[in-house]
Design a protein around this ligand. Sequence first.
Ligand code: TEU
Length: 534
Amino acid sequence: MEQRKWWQDGVVYQIYPRSFCDSNGDGYGDIPGIISKLDKLQDLGIDAIWLSPVYKSPQVDNGYDIADYKAIDPMFGTMEDFDNLLAEAKARGIRIIMDLVINHTSDQHEWFQKSRRREKGYEDYYIWSDKPNNWGGFFGGGAWDFDEVRGQYYLHLFAKEQPDLNWRNPKIMEEVQEILRFWLDKGVAGFRCDVINIIWKNDLENGVPSPILAGLKHYHSTPGCHAILRRLRRDVLDKYDAYTVGETVFVNEQQGRELCEPHRKELDEIFSFEHMETEQIGVKWFKHSFKPEKFFRSIAKWQHALTWNANYFENHDQPRSVSRFGDDGEYHNKSAKMLATMLLTLKGTPYIYEGQEIGMTNFDFTSMDELQDVESHNIYGIAKKLPLSEAYRWKMIKTSSRDNARQGVQWDSSPNGGFTSGTPWLAVNRNYETINYAAQELDPDSILNYYKAMLRFRRENEVLRRGGFNERLIKGNVFVYEREYEGKKLTVLLNFSAKAEKVPFKGRQAFGNYEKKEFVGILAPWEGAIIEEG
Ligand code: TEU
């Protein structure tokens, strides 16, 4: 039997460094800030940190535009700080997972600068063409821009400052392998691979015209992408026993399986998107209506689809889960705990996003001037050209903006929530006086203490870590499922509403967000309970 890997039992915590903790008062979170909070993360009970990009970058897309893969951006600190972080984390039994962005670089990367000048050896590092095709970009608008220096168009599926690498050039494979080795030699545990299923372009033909992402079929989950993943794993990753989780946009179950089933020897896990898009009707920005049942069905389907799931309800690209799937008003505490109960009892590796463990909510901005996200500004710009009311446009941004999850972590009730002593790069949510880490540490009934207890419960419970998954009831706002391991069973009951719900299940309560010994068949508002039936 294959040896069990750490990530099959572990829990990962995502840090978005610029928003986590600022140690020097410049308004941006940094690596020494992360180090200063490691004790708290150890106490929370996580096993690894996924670090969003800390590489040298002009920060057009907050670090997802990399100018040097082997250097730390001065905004975050130095390489020495990074090495300290690795060592300090290791001393606390915490692994570090790096963000690997290899679909594109920054236009400030020296490869691009050389390529646009047609320097020998660099001519084909990017995707150049005399004639752009009709593909659309992920941030809205077209996917090609003209470069005056080279006199040609280049492909960029994201911001125009993020040119796509040309994986047909074997040099790119060599360069990326060297980058992987550089970080693995330092001791990182693996990589979260950004938009990994779109890196290989089958061809550059026009796509079927579509208002969003025309051309997707020409580069989505292609055989070329599978070949790259197998190569990276065989040549480098397996030699270090490194872990990979792929951010795989728009995958269906079959495509998901092809990317991460163990025998494929490609990725270990994937982040699928379907459950995060269940409230979308047409384009997500135009309507926000959350139907729990659709969400549950999607989760259940994916639990069955893959051998091992990476489970998440939040990240730096998504609104806050308590505002989106829970209730950030009257039932803030209960609904955040109910969501924690679900996240930590699904089959697979749970991912907690910074601030989720204290129930941080969506932003409270009142105008576009307060937002920074390049995607939000692009989309707002496009929406301004459409016949929509201003109220509608604003609602669209408010429900979808990535800045919802990018406000500084609320550490205490001092100005700016203790995130920075200076002026934060993005205003901190005004609710920091009521929702913050320090207050929740002291309150036995807090969301934070629930997370800690739930993580302990999970660690001590083989059924939750190893068991199979089976849905028992999906109806309206109620989701009931069972986990089973070697004859032992636990049933998880969740209520996604403020209305009490009757359910045909009873038993001894093992864990839950309402204190009780017996579960008698009624779910209270936003209740999450784990029971042994009988
Ligand atoms: O995200 C890819 C991606 O699909 C999102 O940007 C998506 O367009 C957005 O969530 C919709 O709201 C990854 C990173 O996570 C993101 O932060 C980067 O901006 C992007 O890739 C480009 O590197």
